[in-house]
Design a protein around this ligand. Structure first.
Ligand SMILES: [Zn+2]
Length: 281
């Protein structure tokens, strides 16, 4: 599930490789991938790519004449740059940009759902786009102080993942960040002391920064289908805590799992397994 560090490394590598390249062809084989119709897609053929940047978990592919392709991978999309054009049989293809150096920028999506999307927007319409307009400040590299930002009576696990509060963090990195800050996922934002808010702020920058640095070392084009995420807590339930050696625990939800260390984060308390307690009702 691509989050801020995964989108950031992809934007850096693809941005460096495609800047100045011209788009020869643009195709949207995904039935639901292209969510805009004006300007029409053929309008970008012949235009240069000016750069690729990240906003939260989205990509902005800048084009000549102030056009932008806004791309959201959702939960199972990948943006990859290949040396050759996609086979027509590749069922993962959602959006394809053929470039003048023979390469192809490809939005692919794994699994059965077609949720990843692309919007072609004019500069003046970009900031008003629904998803961008709702994004909170960036979680990296320089988020605003947390004491005020997270001052809400909601559990930190949900608050940190709320893109309207803070842009970029999802279900994987939130576990690493809360473990780094030694805070319970269920502690409420409004209950953070100033000291805890400061520790969480630092832990957020540190976890995301380490992940990006790791990817800078090990990831290269075309961008692998599965990035080697350097996670030490998320989905490591049953394994020893990297800090104290206690066994990492998990709370299972319908479509995700929350992992934590009881010793480091919850004063030794085991959090209720929501899945089990529902089954037992
Ligand atoms: Zn621990």
């Amino acid at each position: 599930m691509p989050e801020l560090p995964e989108v950031e490394i992809t934007a850096r590598l693809i941005g460096a490789a495609t800047a100045g390249k011209r788009i020869e062809s643009a195709l949207a084989p995904g039935v639901n991938a292209l969510r805009t119709y004006d300007p029409p897609l053929p309008a970008i053929e012949g235009r240069q790519i000016t750069g690729v940047t990240r906003r939260g978990k989205l990509f902005e592919v800048g084009l000549e004449d102030e056009l932008t392709l806004l791309i959201h991978l959702m939960s199972a999309g990948r943006l990859q740059l290949f040396d050759t054009r996609a086979s027509l049989r590749d069922r993962t293809s959602r959006f394809l940009l053929g470039l003048d150096d023979g390469r192809e920028l490809r939005l692919r999506e794994f699994g059965t759902k077609q949720a990843a999307w692309v919007k072609l927007l004019r500069a003046e319409d970009l900031e008003a786009e629904d998803t961008l307009a709702k994004l909170g400040p960036e979680a990296f590299p320089d988020p605003p102080p947390f004491a005020e930002l997270l001052d809400a009576p909601r559990p930190l696990h949900g608050l940190l993942r709320d893109q309207r509060v803070l842009a970029g963090i999802g279900r994987s990195w939130v576990d690493e960040i809360l473990h780094g800050a030694m805070l319970s996922p269920f502690k409420r934002g409004s209950e953070l002391s100033d000291h805890e808010a400061g520790v969480l702020h630092e832990a957020t920058i540190a976890a995301l920064g380490r992940a990006i640095a790791h990817y800078e070392d090990v990831v290269s084009l075309p961008i692998p289908d599965k990035l080697p995420m350097p996670l030490t807590v998320h989905r490591r339930n049953g394994e020893p805590c990297p800090r104290c050696g206690d066994t990492l625990e998990a709370v299972f939800y319908e479509d995700y799992v929350m992992c934590y260390c009881p010793t480091c984060q919850t004063d030794g308390k085991l959090l209720k397994d929501r899945r089990l307690s529902r089954l037992l009702k």
